[in-house]
Every structure is written in structure tokens, then in C-alpha cells.
Design a protein. Structure first.
Ligand code: FES
Length: 121
């Protein structure tokens, strides 16, 4: 199974079809996912230090472009754990003003994943 490492934290295994946001949360990290995993809020953002996917969902690309954030962070609700990665969650319940992380995202990527290449710049 792929191995996911939280920067300065734990390393754990996840199934290849698991959403990264859920793998991070289920490992005990209080990552935010305020929109419930629909590429709408960006609170599930992570920096991928190693193993950044070369593809992304169209929904993620459009949200990052809207926020002028392409190349700065990725949306963990739009990434599958299909290879080894080292990631750094950027927004957590404990360092925010939210009382909870948000509704738990579904097990499959929402909206339905339409894969595109990650922009090179
Ligand atoms: S963008 Fe909202 S949970 Fe990922």
C-alpha cells in the first residue's frame, strides 16, 4: 500500500483509492475540510513536499486558478493516495476559529473527478 508521511509527523499506509484528506484525518491530524470535499473551500490545502501528483481534477485546477494559488498548495480532497507522498496540512481545526473540521467528505472524489495535467508553472 502507498505510504503517506505527514511532515514532522507520522507515516502510515493508505489504500490507493482513499482520498488524501480522509487518510490525513483518519491518521489523527485535525485537517479542515469545510466544504465537505467539493473543491470549494480550500481549507483541506496541503503542501506536497515529495510525490506531488502530476495530475489534478479539473475542479481543483479551477479553484487554484481562481485563488491564483497554482503551484502553492494542493487540495487534499482532490487527491488519491495512489503513491507515496510527504504532505504538510496547512489548515487545522486546532489552529482555526472553527469548532469542527466540516462535514466528512464522501469516500470517492466529489465532484466526479475529471483528470487534467498539473500545470507546469
Ligand atoms: S476544498 Fe473544501 S474540503 Fe477540499
Amino acid at each position: 500500500m502507498p505510504s503517506i508521511t505527514i511532515k514532522d509527523g507520522a507515516t502510515f499506509e493508505a489504500t490507493a483509492d482513499k482520498r488524501l484528506v480522509l487518510a490525513i484525518e483518519d491518521s489523527g491530524v485535525d485537517i479542515l475540510h469545510r466544504c465537505g470535499g467539493y473543491a470549494g473551500c480550500t481549507t483541506c490545502r496541503v503542501v506536497v513536499h515529495e510525490g506531488e501528483p502530476t495530475t489534478m481534477t479539473k475542479a481543483e485546477l479551477e479553484k487554484l486558478q481562481e485563488n491564483e494559488a497554482v503551484g502553492q498548495y494542493r487540495l487534499s480532497c482532490q487527491i488519491l493516495c495512489d503513491h507515496d507522498m510527504t504532505v504538510e496540512p496547512l489548515m487545522r481545526v486546532s489552529s482555526s476559529n472553527y469548532d469542527d473540521a466540516g462535514k466528512r467528505p464522501k469516500d470517492t472524489i466529489t465532484p466526479d473527478a475529471e483528470w487534467v495535467d498539473k500545470p507546469t508553472s
